[in-house]
Design a protein around this ligand. Structure first.
Ligand SMILES: NC(=O)c1ccc[n+]([C@@H]2O[C@H](COP(=O)([O-])OP(=O)(O)OC[C@H]3O[C@@H](n4cnc5c(N)ncnc54)[C@H](O)[C@@H]3O)[C@@H](O)[C@H]2O)c1
Length: 339
C-alpha cells in the first residue's frame, strides 16, 4: 500500500557521534529515508549509508531534501541550521538551540516563517523513566512539587580535552552548555517559571578553562530544585529525584555506560496503609534495561510532525523552538552568574 503522506527525505548535517545515530534511527523508522550526509571531517560514508555524501552544505540543492538534522559542533551549528531554514526546510537541531539567546532567537524566527515545525534535540524527555516521570508531573500524580534534583555526571577519558566539546570556542562553554542543558530542559518542563537562586562552578582539571563541575539551585514558591552537572565525576551518572506532597519518583541510569535505567515511584507514607509492609515494598519499580532508544523515539515524533505538518501534542513531545530558546535563555542567565 502506498503511504498517503509520502516518504520524507532527510539530510543529516554533521556525521559524527550523533549524526550517525540519527542516520541509523532513520533507517529503522518508517516513512522517511536518509537522502544524504554532509560533513567535511569524515571519510565518505556513502558505501554504508547508501546516500550521497557532501563535504559542504552549500553543495546540496534544497529541492533534494524535505528536512534536515543538524548535529555539528556548537560554533558551526547555528549557521548550518540557519542555512537549512533559509532554504525553506524544517530542522531538528541537536541541543543547544544556539550558544546565545541572540542565536536562538535568529533560528526561532527563521523556523517560525516555515509551514512545518522545527525542533531541538532534547532526547532525555524520551528516556522511558523520564517520560513516566514527566507524565506524572503533568497529571498531578505526585501532588504539588516540593523537590526536583537532577544530576548528570560524565567520567570523561584521558583525551577528553582534545576535542571541541571542552573547548570554549568550539562548544561555546563547558558542562552547562554541553550536558547541562538537558537537565535545564527537564527542569523547565516540570517547572517552567522556576528561578535560579545560586550557581557555583569549579574549573582547572581540564586545561581548557571551561566550567567542569557545576551546582545550581532554583526556587519557585514551595519548590526547591538542584541541578548538578560534572565532567570530573569519573563514573557516568544520571539521576532524577522528584518529591511532591503526595509521592515521589526516583529515576536512575540512562542505559549504556550510565547503567540500566530504573524507576521507583512511591506514595507518601504508603507503609502506613493496612498490610502494606515497608515503604520500599509499596513502591512501583520498573527496569528499562541497558538500551537507550531515546534518540530514535524522539526522531519518530519529529518525523510524524514533519509529515503531518502539525506540532505534536501531549506532555511528551520533541522540544519546540520556543522551549529550546527558553533553555538557552536560562543557560545564558546561569553563565551571567557563574563565579
Ligand atoms: N542528545 C545527546 O545525548 C547528545 C550527545 C552528544 C552530543 N549531542 C549534540 O550533538 C551535536 C553533535 O555532537 P557529536 O557528539 O555528534 O559531535 P561529533 O564531534 O562527534 O560530530 C560532529 C561532526 O560535525 C562535523 N562538522 C564540523 N563542521 C561541519 C560543517 N561545517 N558541516 C557539516 N558537518 C560539520 C564534524 O566533522 C563532526 O564529524 C552537538 O550539538 C552536541 O551538543 C547530543
Amino acid at each position: 500500500m502506498t503511504d498517503p503522506l509520502g516518504e520524507l527525505r532527510v539530510l543529516v548535517v554533521g556525521y559524527g557521534l550523533i549524526g550517525r545515530q540519527r542516520a541509523q534511527a532513520l533507517a529503522e523508522l518508517p516513512g522517511a529515508r536518509l537522502v544524504g550526509t554532509v560533513d567535511p571531517g569524515v571519510p565518505d560514508p556513502s558505501a554504508t549509508t547508501g546516500a550521497p555524501h557532501h563535504p559542504d552544505l552549500a553543495e546540496v540543492e534544497p529541492e533534494g531534501y524535505d528536512a534536515a538534522i543538524v548535529a555539528a559542533p556548537h560554533d558551526r551549528a547555528t549557521d548550518l541550521a540557519a542555512a537549512v531554514l533559509q532554504a525553506g526546510r524544517p530542522v531538528l537541531i541537536e541541543k543547544p538551540l544556539g550558544v546565545t539567546v541572540g542565536q536562538a532567537d535568529r533560528l526561532a524566527q527563521l523556523a517560525g516563517a516555515l509551514p512545518k515545525p522545527s525542533f531541538v534535540g532534547y532526547n532525555y524527555r524520551f528516556l522511558p523513566a523520564v517520560r513516566i516521570l514527566l507524565e506524572g508531573v503533568c497529571s498531578g500524580r505526585f501532588g504539588r512539587l516540593r523537590n526536583v534534583d537532577l544530576l548528570l555526571g560524565h567520567g570523561g577519558h584521558p583525551s577528553s580535552a582534545e576535542g571541541w566539546k571542552l573547548d570554549p570556542v568550539g562548544a561555546g562553554g563547558g558542562v552547562l552548555l554541553g550536558a547541562g542543558v538537558h537537565l535545564l530542559d527537564l527542569l523547565l518542563t516540570m517547572a517552567p517559571a522556576i528561578e535560579c537562586t545560586d550557581v557555583q562552578a569549579t574549573r582547572g582539571f581540564w586545561p581548557t578553562g571551561i566550567e567542569e563541575d557545576v551546582v545550581a539551585t532554583f526556587r519557585r514558591e514551595q519548590l526547591l530544585a538542584t541541578v548538578r552537572i560534572s565532567h570530573i565525576r569519573w563514573v557516568n551518572t544520571f539521576r532524577v529525584e522528584l518529591v511532591g506532597d503526595d509521592g515521589y519518583a526516583i529515576a536512575q541510569g540512562r542505559g549504556g555506560n550510565y547503567g540500566p535505567m530504573e524507576l521507583r515511584i512511591g506514595r507518601r507514607w504508603a507503609w502506613s496503609e493496612p498490610g502494606a509492609g515497608s515503604q520500599s515494598e509499596t513502591e512501583e519499580r520498573s527496569d528499562f534495561g541497558s538500551e537507550n532508544a531515546s534518540l530514535r523515539d524522539e526522531l519518530a515524533a519529529v518525523l510524524r510532525a514533519w509529515r503531518t505538518g502539525a506540532q505534536p501534542v501531549g506532555p511528551i513531545h520533541p522540544a519546540t523552538m520556543a522551549e529550546g530558546k527558553a533553555v538557552t535563555a536560562l543557560c545564558e542567565a546561569l553563565y551571567g552568574r557563574l563565579p
